[in-house]
Design a protein around this ligand. Structure first.
Ligand code: GDP
Length: 329
């Protein structure tokens, strides 16, 4: 790696060059060791310029209106002189080639907006890897001057916890009239939310949305107060008619003020970084195991032996880790 390349990336990102920003994210997502090393050097150099955005996670089942809401919400934010980046975590794309979030027609207005940056799903082999890459992309966007980072994920159960663990504020989009089971929303996910937005509150749906709002607000009263001490809010919105959008932003800024005053904002970010470290140790250790054919073969053999009750899992893990150390020397 040339010193010049590295500095060129850093300087271009700091000056807000979106092409280079996108290239740096691609480097971070690469499977090649040299690319990852370069990406890590770039991000490390940029670290003092990160952390200044508001990080928002948005989830909800397919069809709830995520992309339409983010399009309207993001456009609203750019009109408030904010620069907005949208990143997606899509658990479906790690299992199949298909993607629930990846199609190009989503967020048409935002895609054309010079103050917005949309990055489709990170590629990776496991959700842990995808989450790591999204965190890195988030830091790169912050260094490039984005004030609001939206991390979008599909509410199908696997990725919400990962997204919750990398954002400051978690927004759950819900449909009025559909039962919770129908929406695939587990109670645990509702408990992670800092706000619930009932979508498509327009036309004949307004009444149902207003009723749903009251019901969810009541249900949330029964949920114990979260670590932040914040009481989750419920509101209705129509992305098509641009209602509830400014209100959503107001709730988010109220939240940020609340947790900055209590010290939770920084405390939570420190905790998130600490957890990121431990998760990375796990994912990188597993990756090292998978990369060595010999160790991988042993892993497969151990799995079979464990399944037939012939080997102790903790002993197998210790042996594999010993092999990793021998392998890397
Ligand atoms: P996603 O799968 O969660 O990203 O959902 P989409 O944003 O693609 O929206 C799914 C469908 O709901 C589309 O047909 C949208 O036009 C429609 N939709 C989204 N937002 C609204 C809204 O505010 N009002 C109404 N009436 N329809 C909406």
């Amino acid at each position: 790696m040339l010193e010049r390349d590295f500095n060129a990336y850093v300087n271009a990102i700091l000056s807000g060059n979106r092409v280079v920003l996108a290239q740096a994210i691609t480097l971070a997502e690469s499977q090649r060791r040299e690319d990852i090393t370069l990406a890590h050097q770039i991000i490390s150099q940029l670290l003092p310029h990160t952390g200044k955005s508001v990080r928002i996670g948005i989830t909800g089942v397919p069809g709830v209106g995520k992309s339409t809401f983010i399009d309207t919400f993001g456009t609203y934010l750019t009109r408030q002189s904010k620069k907005v980046a949208v990143l997606a975590v899509d658990p479906s794309s790690t299992k199949t080639k298909g993607s629930i979030l990846g199609d190009k027609t989503r967020m048409e207005n935002l895609a054309k907006n010079p103050h917005a940056f949309i990055r489709p799903t990170a590629t990776g082999t496991a959700l842990g890897g995808v989450a790591d890459r999204t965190r890195e992309a988030m830091l790169l966007c912050e260094a490039a001057g984005f004030d609001v980072i939206i991390v979008e994920t599909v509410g199908v159960g696997q990725s919400e916890t990962a997204v919750r663990s990398m954002v400051d504020f978690f927004l759950l989009l819900m449909l009025a009239g559909a039962g919770d089971e129908l929406q695939g929303i587990k109670k645990g996910i509702m408990e992670m939310a800092d706000a619930l937005v009932i979508t498509k509150a327009d036309g004949e749906n307004i009444k149902a949305a207003t009723l749903a709002r009251a019901n969810y607000q009541h249900a949330l009263h029964l949920v114990s107060v979260s670590d932040s001490g914040w009481k989750p809010k419920v509101l209705t919105s129509s992305a098509l008619e641009n209602t509830g959008v400014a209100e959503t932003w107001k709730i988010i800024t109220d939240y940020v003020q609340f947790v900055e005053a209590s010290g939770y904002f920084q405390e939570n970010r420190h905790l998130q970084n600490r957890n990121w470290l431990y998760e990375s140790i796990q994912t990188q250790l597993l990756k090292t195991i998978e990369q060595s054919e010999k160790i991988r073969n042993n892993l497969e053999r151990f799995e079979k032996e464990i399944a037939s009750g012939l080997r102790l899992p903790s002993e197998a893990a210790r042996q594999l880790i010993n092999e990793v150390f021998q392998h890397s020397i």
